[in-house]
Design a protein around this ligand. Structure first.
Ligand SMILES: *[C@@H]1O[C@H](CO)[C@@H](O)[C@H](O)[C@H]1NC(C)=O
Ligand SMILES: *[C@@H]1O[C@H](CO)[C@@H](O)[C@H](O)[C@H]1NC(C)=O
Ligand SMILES: *[C@@H]1O[C@H](CO)[C@@H](O)[C@H](O)[C@H]1NC(C)=O
Ligand SMILES: *[C@@H]1O[C@H](CO)[C@@H](O)[C@H](O)[C@H]1NC(C)=O
Ligand SMILES: *[C@@H]1O[C@H](CO)[C@@H](O)[C@H](O)[C@H]1NC(C)=O
Ligand SMILES: *[C@@H]1O[C@H](CO)[C@@H](O)[C@H](O)[C@H]1NC(C)=O
Ligand SMILES: *[C@@H]1O[C@H](CO)[C@@H](O)[C@H](O)[C@H]1NC(C)=O
Ligand SMILES: *[C@@H]1O[C@H](CO)[C@@H](O)[C@H](O)[C@H]1NC(C)=O
Ligand SMILES: [Cu+2]
Length: 572
């Protein structure tokens, strides 16, 4: 099935400048323009004994890989041939002055409706490694996703030995049912959406699932070679552990930013996070599973079956190839000690060639609580939340986000009133003991943005709360990467905790999971004008309202001002 679906990706590369130029970090560099054609169409796919027509790009599942060199311009024409409304987000791409191409529905654009097309046009500014693209409307990213692979600009060496080969490893989640319907049903009843039926690696669940002996991704290793795995957690609702039997993993990049090499037995990836991992073929023959399984920080249901792919050494004998592969030792699903230590061990590379510039002072000091809540069930109705009188909800700073009916960016740019308000609070409106006893779970609802003057150095503390249930949430910011300068358990203490911040080589990420019953502090410089969504990357929580947007004002002159929208920007 996979092979049949691998119809050619239409793409061509235009060389803007001829060869023979010498490039270095400071020279004017030659950038390419890379064109891609994304046709949104149905593909008939069968997994774990269930067939369905899923929404795909060009009939491929997962979708095509987008390749770029740092600095390149990427132009993707997206044409919608399915019934559903679609938008595509370029996860981790800064969209410097191209906020119209960011993609979250009703935040920066109206959806691309059936029969319409929209051309995303952006530059890949200051990233190297792996990012990914995915649908950013309803739950369609369950099937609409693919890798973005970014090579350093020519003349800049890799900060690690050149690998002998590379493999994409996209972790995903499969539902037998229709994901749009699953979200709508949950929002109507107010209950918890049904969990997925399988996890996948490159769209394949692997042999531990029913009807899946042939539905497994396989890769070949040559003894002694080093490979780079382009890792993406594209799952909707699940943090994952990932490991390979008898091979260690050396992380060299996360979220499109180089890190100090970190060798671990198991990788932890939250939805929205990506990593480049070096794996040396230290065995000389045989078959080995790579496997991913849930990492859970709260007692919630999950699919207990690991998804697997198989590494086969080229030198294996027939007899060895008929043996079952070795399975990796992975932490227990609830091993939060491993998970939290893992995240705290990551450091930016911060080398001469790849320096980082952590804001040392702050202009905007923000503290947002991140909570589960309960909304009252509409009168005369029975809901599926606790007591049958409530609906599950979530919030940041007690505001449960409501999507508007036209995009916030359009409303801002064209001064359309009544779409959003600018009063998202800098601090919790009513401070309380965030990780203490439960309190009134009712949130406020609204479409509010927090306004940030251009150029501000922002510090934001994301604080878990016990309003309903403590949990760890992977929070994703659009338009920027941020430095993860500190984290801790309990309530953030503004007078003592900042003394322990790492302002030298903290990881530079676009998605960070704070510890359960704890907090994380992030910093960035708001030098990209526009409207930037920030949300939990667990789709269930986004559906419930665990999100908000920043409005970063224009600075001075053309290079600090958001341009006019493209002519083909969809209308609502
Ligand atoms: C998918 O399956 C349906 C029902 O079996 C069929 O009508 C349709 O033509 C198929 N589409 C493709 C693209 O193969
Ligand atoms: C596998 O199939 C068996 C028999 O039909 C069924 O009982 C079981 O629930 C299935 N398991 C999964 C994970 O779908
Ligand atoms: C490979 O890993 C398995 C499972 O963790 C272990 O039992 C075995 O001893 C390992 N073999 C080698 C050669 O390292
Ligand atoms: C993890 O789960 C096991 C049972 O599966 C339980 O015995 C153990 O107490 C749990 N550990 C934590 C830290 O919750
Ligand atoms: C009441 O709530 C339970 C779960 O909390 C749910 O299974 C049931 O369907 C609800 N009843 C109605 C009438 O919605
Ligand atoms: C917050 O609640 C926790 C748990 O009940 C308690 O241990 C802690 O002392 C409380 N903190 C404050 C500042 O009241
Ligand atoms: C959240 O807002 C609701 C509605 O205004 C209010 O009842 C509740 O006490 C607030 N909770 C917190 C933690 O601010
Ligand atoms: C698609 O988006 C348009 C514009 O927001 C909206 O009016 C329409 O109801 C949406 N259609 C579906 C099927 O969601
Ligand atoms: Cu969440």
């Amino acid at each position: 099935m996979m092979d049949q679906l691998q119809t050619a990706t239409v793409f061509w590369v235009v060389f803007m400048l001829s060869c023979g130029m010498i490039f270095n970090q400071n020279a004017v560099t030659a950038h390419k323009v890379r064109h891609y054609d994304f046709k949104i169409e149905y593909a008939n796919v069968s997994r774990i004994c269930h067939s369905k027509a899923l929404v795909s790009v060009n009939g491929e599942f997962p979708g095509p890989t987008v390749y770029a060199e740092e600095g390149d311009r990427v132009i993707v024409k997206v044409t919608n041939h399915v019934q559903a409304n679609v938008t595509i987000h370029w996860h981790g791409i800064r969209q410097l002055l191209t906020g119209w191409s960011d993609g979250p529905a009703y935040i920066t654009q109206c959806p691309i409706q059936t029969g319409q097309s929209f051309t995303y046009d952006f530059r890949v500014v200051s990233h190297r490694g792996t990012l990914f693209w995915h649908a950013h409307i309803s739950w369609l990213r369950a099937t609409l996703y693919g890798a973005i692979i970014i090579h350093p600009r020519r003349g800049l060496p890799l900060p690690f030995p050149k690998p002998d080969g590379e493999f994409p490893v996209l972790l995903g989640e499969w539902w037998n049912g229709d994901v749009e319907q699953i979200e709508m049903d949950a929002l109507r009843t107010g209950g918890i959406p049904i969990i997925s039926n399988a996890f996948t690696i490159n769209g394949q669940p692997g042999p531990f699932y029913n009807c899946s002996t042939a539905d497994v991704y396989k890769l070949k290793f040559k003894a002694g070679k080093t490979y780079i795995l382009r890792m993406v957690n594209a799952a909707l609702n699940q943090d994952l552990f990932f490991g390979i039997a008898n091979h260690s993993l050396t992380i060299v990049e996360v979220d499109g930013e180089y890190t100090k090499p970190l060798t671990v037995p198991t990788l932890v990836l939250s939805p929205g996070q990506t990593a480049d991992v070096l794996v040396t073929a230290t065995q000389d023959h045989g078959r080995y599973f790579m496997a991913a399984k849930p990492y859970v920080s709260a007692p919630v249901p999950f699919v207990p079956i690991p998804t697997t792919a198989i590494i086969e050494y080229e030198t294996s004998t027939e007899a060895e190839l008929s043996q079952p592969p070795v399975f990796p030792a992975l932490p227990a699903n609830n091993d939060t000690v491993y998970g939290e230590n893992f995240f705290q061990s990551i450091r930016s590379l911060n080398s001469k060639q790849y320096p980082v510039h952590v804001p040392q002072t702050i202009d905007r000091d923000l503290l947002f609580t991140v909570s589960f809540n309960l909304k009252a069930c509409p009168p005369g109705q029975l809901c599926s939340g606790p007591g049958n009188v409530t609906k599950f909800a979530s919030s940041m700073n007690n505001i449960s986000f409501i999507f508007p009916s036209i995009s916030i960016l359009q409303a801002y740019f064209f001064n359309i009133n009544g779409v959003f308000s600018r009063d998202f609070p800098d601090m919790p409106p009513h401070p309380f003991n965030y990780t203490g006893p439960m309190i009134n779970p009712q949130p406020e609802v609204g479409t509010k943005v927090n306004v940030i003057p251009f150029g501000s150095n922002v510090q934001l503390v994301l604080q878990d709360t016990s309003i309903l249930n403590l949990d760890s949430h992977p929070i994703h910011l659009h338009g920027y990467s941020f430095f993860v300068v500190g984290q801790g358990v309990g309530n953030f203490n503004p007078s003592t905790d900042p003394a322990n911040f790492n302002l030298i080589d903290p990881p530079f990420r676009n998605t960070v999971a704070f510890p359960r019953a704890g907090w994380v502090a992030i910093r960035w410089t708001a030098d990209n004008p526009g409207v930037w969504f920030m949300h939990c990357h667990l789709e269930t929580h986004t559906s419930w309202g665990m999100e908000m947007a920043f409005l970063v004002t224009n600075g001075k002159g053309k290079k600090q001002t958001l341009p006019h929208p493209p002519k083909d920007l969809p209308k609502c």
